[in-house]
Design a protein around this ligand. Sequence first.
Ligand code: DP6
Length: 468
Amino acid sequence: MSTPYSRIYIHTHTSRCKIQHRKSFLFSLSLSLFLAFSACIHPLRKSESMAEEKKWVLMVTAQTPTNIAVIKYWGKRDETLILPINDSISVTLDPAHLCTTTTVAVSPAFQQDRMWLNGKEIPLSGGRYQNCLREIRSRACDVEDEKKGIKISKKDWENLHLHIASYNNFPTAAGLASSAAGFACLVFALGKLMNVKEDNSQLSAIARQGSGSACRSLFGGFVKWNMGKDENGSDSLAVQLVDEKHWDELVIIIAVVSSRQKETSSTSGMRETVETSPLIQHRAKEVVPKRVIQMEEAIKNRDFPTFAHLSCADSNQFHAVCLDTSPPIFYMNDTSHRIISCVEKWNRSEGTPQVAYTFDAGPNAVMIARNRKAATLLLQRLLFHFPPNSDTDLSSYVIGDNSILDDAGIKDLKDIEALPPPPEVKDNVPAKNKGDVSYFICTRPGRGPVLITDENQALLNPETGLPK
Ligand code: DP6
């Protein structure tokens, strides 16, 4: 880039003049000066050459899962660095059903950093994006792609611009932690593009600055976000407790609950809770530290009853501190409460928990069944209580790993209508709640971020660096 077209041109031309008109030094000099001048004022020729030089685009595509907390993060001690007031623990969801794919590209031809989310350009001016970009750029290293003849040195990254395209394989509006997978994927993909040497745990401290819960999406299986003590956040990192194979019997069913209400965002909700709820201090200081230790043990030992008890209790306490906020925040709705009551009744009737439930900052229920049999029985119960509207297609009502429908003996809507009332409610069968659930997603614990090497799956055009 620093070799201007005019200089190369003058040099070549002058040499030629010297051979042809050795004795006519003055003529050669004046011709050179004329050509130098015309090269400078001829913008078309100059920009054509720059375009030649700037042609290359280097890109990386990654896929990152979302996660659901079983011990919740709620409340910050530092709003900018996103440092929490307690540890949290999550399970990573199978990216086959819930993930973000992100392509990041760099080229000297790019004029500015740009981003597209689900095909639509979005501004990158927000502080959280800027913090992530700054942190990852400051860790960039030399990059060489011999095949493409590209060499980027550590200091070049400060001046090079990025194009980012991101896509969620689940509806962003469904209220399913899309920012967690999104920021984790952005940081992971940029780390690979820029040859950043930090491991996933250190990268999690950057993703955390995009959205707190994003730090836990840098790993598969069960993940703990250590709140840390340092003021600069250097020890507020995610670590993997166990990978996704450790407890692979678990099956997860998510009820995406229909809601007309505009929800309070997690960011402002937790700020209001910290400012106004007396209960949150008790939760962060007394309750969560003990629960985190017990939860780690339960996960290590695959102790489902303890796991279920802690998950449900922690979700309920998180919603209790929301109610304790002034003005109170209601994330769950009547459908959420009905789902809790359905699970609680069944668990009690079995004598030991079959299913754990947890709710984030919205009405959707995430239910974790102890095994496939329990998941089948759960799905039958859910479909009995929450049948689809009659015009709904079964394959769009139960999505993800819908092979559980076969186990449950359900092939079409008639089979749902024919489901008998679950034994635990048969003496007092509640009215059915048709249409109160938009759809169910059947999934399982999943792996952490991966690189996608197949260029066909990239979201940006390898020639232009623009969305495909
Ligand atoms: C209820 O990570 O979305 O899902 O850090 O402000 O971006 P910010 O909040 P966010 O909060 C998630 C809250 C939660 C619980 C959890 O995931 O631990």
